[in-house]
Design a protein around this ligand. Structure first.
Ligand SMILES: Cc1cc2nc3c(=O)[nH]c(=O)nc-3n(C[C@H](O)[C@H](O)[C@H](O)COP(=O)(O)O)c2cc1C
Length: 312
């Protein structure tokens, strides 16, 4: 349990924001399995203002999914504020500022992890947003730009002093990308330093990792990204091996239906394939079988093959 502003959040693990994955269907699946709240994938602040129809699918959510945190990225305090004000009308539980994206095109423009290089601007952004928004403002950071600039303690202090309600820390630098190991001692140092809830992120792979990281660092909760793609049941504290085939089949069908409803019959199936590959990874008997499934042209053909694979 932890607090997001005045909202009590039940649970100890949260699905991470992931571009290309944390859409309404997958967030719903994870939330139903026990993810404590939802984060949308990042949205470019300028897109929210200039071509909202392009980003709308990213912020749509189901009412029972709340608390839902909308994540935005950008480098200009005014643009971030205006985008956040616009998004606030759609009822998020909080607005999150992305300060972790390592993509060169984003970092070079001073957004994502690029913001870590401009602490004064970070202060301005949080002062501005917390003053003008009604919902809590949160931050997701990395440890710094690279080994020579691990300024996460400074950034943590700045966001807290300027009103942030919660801080998620991915225990890597921008330069590390997704390589190496997340530094949970650094995350523990942030927990010691700030009073707002901290979500620790990086390499949580098993249910045992959730308990261990919480015990060892005192984080309010953990945020799980890649491991949740492979095993959304991690939010129910189950390892993938513990999940019965019938349950995999139930969730696969439900997820596909959500995807078809949300994206329509054609895109719904196409966008579901990458999830299907994960649900069925332990059961494929050959590459041909996998390829045939993932190129099935209709949902009916897809389900027919998937059922044979899961239930043998
Ligand atoms: C495919 C992918 C997309 C991601 N997109 C976002 C994003 O939109 N916003 C964000 O803050 N982090 C994003 N991340 C980073 C994750 O939220 C998380 O910090 C990172 O994957 C480390 O956690 P993990 O070890 O549990 O995967 C993304 C990561 C992946 C793998």
């Amino acid at each position: 349990m932890f607090w997001l502003g005045s909202t009590r959040v039940e649970g100890d693990a949260v699905l991470a924001p992931m571009d290309g994955y944390s859409d309404l269907p997958f967030r719903s699946v994870c939330r139903a399995l026990g993810s404590a709240m939802s984060y949308t994938a990042f949205m470019r602040a300028a897109d929210v203002l200039q071509r909202p129809e392009h980003v709308r699918p990213r912020w749509q959510f189901l009412a029972w999914e709340q608390p839902v945190v909308f994540q935005i990225y950008g480098s200009t305090p005014r643009t971030l504020l205006e985008a956040a004000l616009r998004l606030q009308e759609h009822g998020p539980a909080a607005i999150d500022i992305n300060m972790g994206c390592p993509d060169g095109r984003i970092v070079r423009r001073g957004a994502g992890a690029g913001l870590l290089a401009t602490p004064v601007k970070v202060a301005r952004i949080f002062r501005l947003l917390t003053r003008h928004l009604e919902v809590p403002v949160t931050a997701k950071i990395r440890l710094g730009l690279d080994e020579t600039c691990r300024n996460y303690r400074l950034i943590a202090r700045i966001v807290e002093e300027n009103g942030a309600a919660l801080l998620a820390v991915h225990g890597r630098t921008r330069a590390q990308g997704y390589r190496g190991q997340a530094d949970w001692e650094a995350i523990a140092a942030v927990v010691q330093q700030v009073r707002i809830p901290v979500l620790g992120n990086g390499d949580v792979r098993t249910p045992a990792d959730i308990a261990r990281r919480m015990r060892e660092t005192g984080v309010a909760g953990v945020m799980i990204g890649r491991a949740a793609i492979r095993n959304p049941w991690i939010f129910a504290h189950l390892s993938r091996e513990q999940v019965p085939r019938a349950e995999v089949w139930r969730v696969l069908q439900h997820h596909l239906n959500l995807s078809l409803d949300f994206y329509g019959p054609q895109w719904g199936l196409i966008l579901f394939r990458k999830f299907a590959a994960q649900y069925l990874a332990p059961y494929f008997q050959s590459r041909q079988q996998r390829r045939a499934l993932l190129t099935a042209a209709t949902p009916q053909a897809f389900l027919h093959q998937a059922e044979a694979i899961v239930l043998e």
